[in-house]
Every structure is written in C-alpha cells, then in structure tokens.
Write a protein that binds this ligand. Structure first.
Ligand SMILES: [Zn+2]
Length: 151
C-alpha cells in the first residue's frame, strides 16, 4: 500500500483561507483512508484567537467521531503547528502529523516550545515535516507581501 499525501487538500484549505483574508494555513484529518475533517484558519472571521486550522479540524473530527480522541488519525497541516495546536494534537491522540513549512516565528514542534519533546506531553505523534513545504511557504510569503502593499 503506497503513501497518499493529503497535503494538496490542506493547501486548498490554505488558499481558501487567504481568499477570506485569513493567514493561509490549512489542515486535513484522515482516518481509515478517508478525510474526516478539513479546515482553514478562521481567527478573524470568528473573532477567536484559537480558531487555527488544526483546532477547527480537530473539533470537527472529534465531533464526528463522538469522542475527544481520534486514535489512529493522520493530521496534515501546511505550516508547523504552534504550541497550542501541538498540545491539542497530543490531547486528541493523533497518530501521525505531517506538516509543510517550518515556522521559526510561531512553531512549537521543531523549535520554540517543542511540545512533543516535553515530559509533560503524554502522547506524541510521529512527525513528518517538509511535506509540500515550498508551496506552503510561497502562499504565506505572497499573503504577507500583498498585505504590506495594501493601504
Ligand atoms: Zn496553532
């Protein structure tokens, strides 16, 4: 059985977020070979600082599963998760985390808080980084470049 990446779907969510004026980050959750949730950032729309793509996708996936845990699930996200999202991914018992671009400013997986490496973290997913990183980084770069240019 080959590996199917769902990063293209996550990138679609990131592009849709950019079109809504949100920081372009998208997330997809896959379980048993099926997409069970997909989301993009909605912090501005919802006036909710916790409405990151990963959190919204986790909420939807857990609600659909009727459980606060989604063991065996894979989460794809276009950008390295922040510490809040990394903690939520751990709480949900996500099995594998695939992310795109590294986030030196706000990331909490490979740098900064390194949430999964802390002894207080009771479940760490397998982590695969750099999946579709170039497309994700380019999307973010363009988004912020356009914002700087706009009045
Ligand atoms: Zn986050």
């Amino acid at each position: 059985m080959g590996f199917t990446s769902y990063m293209d779907t996550a990138l679609e969510e990131a592009r849709a977020a950019a079109a809504r004026g949100e920081v372009p980050v998208g997330a997809v959750i896959v379980r048993g070979g099926a997409v069970i949730a997909r989301a993009g950032n909605r912090t501005r729309e919802l006036s909710d600082p916790t409405a990151h793509a990963e959190v919204l996708a986790l909420r939807a996936a857990c609600a659909a599963a009727g459980s606060e845990r989604i063991e065996g699930a894979d989460l794809y996200v276009t950008l390295e998760p922040c510490p809040m999202c990394a903690a939520a991914i751990s709480f949900a018992r996500v099995a594998r985390l695939y992310y795109g671009a590294a986030d030196p400013k706000s990331g909490g997986v490979a740098q900064g808080a390194r949430v999964f490496a802390q002894p207080q973290c009771h479940h760490a997913p397998e982590v695969y980084d750099g999946i579709g990183a170039d497309a994700s980084a380019e999307l973010l770069r363009r988004f912020f470049a356009e914002r700087r240019l706009s009045p």
